[in-house]
Design a protein around this ligand. Sequence first.
Ligand SMILES: [Zn+2]
Length: 347
Amino acid sequence: MTDFGLVRPPVLAGAALLRDEPLRQDTGRQKEGWATARVLLVDEEGRSPVLWGPPVDRSSAGEVPGAADRVDDTGAVPGVDDAGGGPRLWTRAASEVAGSPPADALLLGEADGVAYWAVRGGREQAAAGDEVRWLNLFSVGAELGGRDAALLAAAVALLNWHGRALFCARDGSPTRLANAGWARVCEAQHHEEYPRTDPAVICLVHDGADRMLLGRHRAWPAGRFSVLAGFVEAGESLEACVAREIGEEVGLDVTDIRYLGSQAWPFPRSLMLGFHAVADPAQPLRLDEAEISEALWVTRDEVRQALARGDDWAAADDPPATGTPPIRLPGRMSIARTMIDSWSAAG
Ligand SMILES: [Zn+2]
């Protein structure tokens, strides 16, 4: 088994959002659509208001005192509540926010015929009666539906970029937002800059048969493993980057490098490009100890057992006091997990 494909789209693939490029420059059509548009709030820490369960009829449902203030600062995902259903983003009617699109609003795109915008905003802008929890993409992304995951990923990626692009990279003069958030223009010479994305490859190395390689970053607790990843360098192809990163991190030569899929990873602005490649387990492992503290070949059965336990990286933060901790794999939002699930299912 040298080849396999992803068993499902990555969580942050973003295809549920219609990116209407002409609309970004058409302020007339933006104003027309504002009456039915929705606005997503994202606070300075990248958190957005999230609701659980189906829409609630507020006229009959009692409000929960203080619920609007309930924030999970630990980043843990709260359980699904009694109302049933998973989490969904809480958005405001745009007409309640302003009479027309504010100058700092970002047009994310359209979904189900509705235009979605994002603005930086905190709890003071959320309706007090709504039972929302403020959560970041990292903690809630895997539980959101495709539309909401795409909206929040786009909002966080764009906002992260705007926060770091306040001055022109060429002449240092201040920049202002343009194209409904999809460009910035410098005030001195009108240099344009567009939202930046940093490509990173992530590669599942396997032996073409029944074994794959897992690595543990030196900063991770015992038991936490994933596939190997690294940033693409200037002037380098994706395939060359895969071969270089695997060579640098674990000392293996790889062949049969094949593309699997990609997803946004706006922490703060990466694009993860997933590959798999074949290596011979008879080669000695030579770890780059500045990055990798442990690497091991595991069988498909061992991977399936780790997946079947159902817990992921979060559980590896509290390893048992004695003995070797079990292997914990990345959570469902990561493309690493999609790749591992796919390899596991392929044999
Ligand atoms: Zn400039």
